[in-house]
Design a protein around this ligand. Structure first.
Ligand code: R5P
Length: 308
């Protein structure tokens, strides 16, 4: 009985480095796409009695990556895995975590309950969109907030000092407050929450900015889970810069950078965007700093497997 790492297409590099860090055996997976677009997954090793870690980020190509993950979990089960741990650094479809409008499907429920039903015992993810996702998987769900990575970066690279009044943490909406609070507790720096209103039919968002907010001459640190089009963070950064901040640094776990997101952030005066390497590809840009989460994930996996 041992620990096996099974990396899928979007997380091959991450799988290799986690296997190295844990001194675990890497299992090769054969995948192919049929001419009509369907996927095929085969694991050739005998995994009898092993704890098997299947690693797959769900971006890019969310829909095919999800099928690959589901087939991968089924394959390792059929190869005799004793326990299956899914490591999904970026959980796609997580923002639809409830019904906002009558008649909507709840995509995160569909995804997580299916992963569970296939026989996944544990699921580790980084910065899940909300706490509801935990309920949809049930016992065995671990959500890792990467605040120690972010705080280390702020201290070492941006000159932020613990307990300083020269910096302020900003949550772009109520849903991001727990991130701002967690970072604020690590760094002992104040945080504010901006109010966001979303039109559920058009998708349009508007921020209601506070009348009084003391950011002049300060480093403003905006913390969110996902940068998709960059619109949310750009709007906040413009507001903060209009009040005379020293600089605006953005921390986001998942950098999708759809369309002209980077240009939008640059134009809004963002000085740096720090993200965790949770997805399978990044645009190259001097605005972005990508931090590897292998050691963080390996530590959580080690604790988890020791506790099993
Ligand atoms: C929304 O609730 C999320 O937490 C992010 O704020 C949002 O997904 C960011 O999207 P975009 O970059 O397109 O504004």
């Amino acid at each position: 009985m041992g620990l096996r790492i099974v990396p899928l297409s979007n997380s091959l590099g991450l799988g290799r480095s986690i296997a190295d860090l844990l001194n675990a055996e890497l299992t090769k997976v054969f995948t192919k796409t049929f001419p009509d677009g369907e996927l095929y997954v085969r694991v050739e090793d005998d995994l009898s009695g092993d704890d098997v870690v299947v690693i797959q980020s769900l971006y890019p190509n969310q829909n095919t990556s999800i099928i690959e993950l589901l087939l991968g979990i089924d394959a390792v089960r059929r190869c005799g895995a004793s326990r299956v741990i899914a490591v999904v650094p970026y959980l796609a479809y997580s923002r639809q975590d409830r019904q906002f409008l009558k008649g909507e499907a709840v995509s995160s429920y569909v995804l997580l309950s299916t992963i569970k039903t296939l026989g996944t015992n544990y699921l580790l993810t980084i910065d899940a969109h909300s706490d509801r996702l935990k309920e949809y998987f049930g016992n065995g769900f671990t959500n890792i907030l990467p605040m120690e990575i972010f705080s280390k970066y702020l201290i070492e690279k941006e000159g932020v000092k613990e307990g300083s009044e020269d910096a302020i943490i900003v949550a772009p909406d109520k849903g991001a407050e727990h991130r701002a609070r967690a970072l604020s507790e690590v760094l002992r720096i104040n945080y504010v929450v901006i109010k966001k209103v979303r039109n559920r039919y058009t998708g349009e968002i508007k921020h209601e900015f506070p009348k009084e907010i003391d950011v002049k001459g300060k480093i403003a640190v905006v913390v969110d889970d996902i940068i998709s089009t960059g619109g949310t963070v750009a709007s906040i950064a413009k507001f903060l810069n209009s009040l005379g901040t020293e600089k605006v640094v953005v921390l986001a776990s998942h950098g999708l950078f759809v369309g002209n997101a980077i240009e939008k952030l640059r134009r809004a005066g963002v000085s740096r965007v720090v993200i965790i390497k949770t997805v399978g590809r990044y645009p190259s840009s001097d605005l972005i700093e990508v931090i590897d989460p292998s050691a963080l994930l390996a530590r959580h996996l080690r604790n988890l497997t020791l506790a099993l």
